[in-house]
Design a protein around this ligand. Structure first.
Ligand code: IMP
Length: 188
């Protein structure tokens, strides 16, 4: 089955392909599907934003679509940056800003969680939602060169998401957890 990913983010596309391809799903980006549009993500929850992105593509192409909206919720910042993760700092400056905001936060208060909401719109236009989370801690410095976004400061155990391989990340990440629920649904 072919599913369109309502995103052109190459990191997300790669991770989602790596997880769904072995199950026999062909995931293509919205650009490859001929829909080069960008919906305005003005929802206040991850689910609302995922639905906005998925609908923008479904309403145009009328075939199965998945959209994910994800971000980092930091306990000491009352859940921020949350749905505003992409807009928290200029491109590429996310980790730097977070490290600086967290500089006086002690070890035991540095908990955080990546969240991923997936909206899947099936052939009949029905929405289905799946949410995955991954708990960790915010480090004191950027470490590692794999991954993207907040990966260099997000620690699971002794290593950051940017220090582990994509295979390891794909077993435990918020996106992997949400995709695994989607996968159960698709298998019926
Ligand atoms: P979205 O494209 O609106 O879902 O924005 C999500 C933002 O959260 C991205 O810009 C990333 O900075 C961050 N983010 C989401 N998932 C991850 C991840 O797996 N690793 C690192 N950062 C992530």
């Amino acid at each position: 089955m072919k599913i369109i990913l309502a995103s052109n983010n190459k990191n997300k596309l790669r991770e989602i392909k790596e997880i769904l391809s072995p199950l026999g799903f062909e995931v293509i980006s919205q650009r490859e599907a001929g829909a080069d549009i960008e919906a305005e993500e003005n929802g206040v929850t991850f689910e609302e934003n995922a639905a906005i992105k998925a609908h923008a593509i479904y309403d145009m192409l009328h075939c199965p679509v998945i959209a994910d909206d994800s971000g980092l919720s930091v306990d000491a910042l009352d859940g921020a940056p949350g749905v505003y993760s992409a807009r928290y700092a200029p491109e590429g400056k996310w980790c730097e800003k977070l490290i600086s905001e967290m500089k006086d936060i002690p070890d035991d208060k540095r908990g955080a969680g990546f969240v991923c909401a997936i909206c899947y719109i099936d052939n009949n236009g029905t929405e289905h939602f799946f949410r995955g989370e991954c708990r960790g801690k915010i480090g004191y410095e950027e470490r590692g060169t794999n991954g993207f976004g907040y990966d260099p400061v997000f620690m699971v155990g002794e290593r950051t998401f940017a220090e582990i391989s994509s295979e390891e990340k794909n077993k435990i990440s918020h996106r992997a957890n949400a995709l695994s629920l989607l996968q159960d649904h698709l298998k019926g």
